[in-house]
Ligand binder design. Structure first.
Ligand code: B16
Ligand code: MG
Length: 214
């Protein structure tokens, strides 16, 4: 049995723009302006690891308590932005691929760094397509560590070598490769060019290609 493991942000839905706005507003309070390029490098990186990176760019040190407070505020801002999110925000071709997997006995898991993964799948009304969900609440090590994808394979009951990971971030492709899985880089960024296959969006992926993977 073959399995596909999907990253969430940047593969199923474009939440990077909401993360960016939330981080920007939070770190402006520290007198730091987050650039678009810096935000790009936070893709796939956990909430706490993102804050640590931003603080090092800003040359700022905070107490553990201050950091926790900022993480809460950042997530509140992010949740407010995604409160009205619905099916119309699912990226092109995703529903078609999930439907194909369901009809053709390809197992499907989520493998996301986000602690809001379950909530977002619910909002997009696609939870029922997933045989397993592994997100930021289930892992102790952030991508590029392979933990999230290995846990996904384990939850599905398949060998890592039978899994294909769809990822939009360098950290995610590195994590999947470290897990011994094949990789499909999504979004067209040069950071994922080292994936086994690359596409801008899922509408470019043919049924023949999916059959060749499965
Ligand atoms: P949260 P992914 C990642 O999701 C995002 O790309 C990254 O920007 C974010 O910091 C991380 O989730 C944590 O998200 O604050 O919701 O827990 O791409 O791994 O699906
Ligand atoms: Mg992503």
């Amino acid at each position: 049995m073959k399995a596909f493991i999907f990253d969430l942000d940047g593969v199923i839905v474009d939440t990077a723009k909401y993360h960016f706005q939330a981080w920007k507003r939070i770190v402006e309070k520290l007198g730091f302006t987050l650039s678009h390029t810096q935000n790009e490098s936070l893709k796939g990186v956990s909430r706490i690891a993102s804050l640590d990176r931003i603080l090092s760019w800003a040359n700022t040190t905070l107490t553990e308590e201050e950091k926790q407070q900022l993480l809460v505020e950042k997530n509140e801002d992010y949740l407010a932005q995604i409160s009205t999110m619905g099916q119309d925000e699912i990226l092109p071709g995703v529903l078609e691929l999930l439907t194909y997997c369901q009809s053709n006995s390809i197992l499907v898991a989520l493998g996301s760094a986000s602690k809001n993964g379950t909530l977002i799948l619910e909002k997009l009304e696609i939870t029922s397509f997933f045989n397993a969900i592994v997100d930021g609440n289930h892992v102790s090590k952030s991508k590029p560590d392979p933990e999230v994808f290995l846990k996904g394979a384990h939850a599905l009951g398949v060998a890592p070598s039978d899994c294909v990971v769809f990822e939009d971030a360098a950290a995610g492709v590195d994590a999947a490769r470290a897990a011994g899985m094949r990789t499909v880089g999504m979004g067209g960024a040069k950071e994922v060019a080292h994936a086994d296959f690359c596409f801008h969006q899922m509408t470019e992926i043919s049924t023949e290609f999916i059959r060749s993977l499965a």
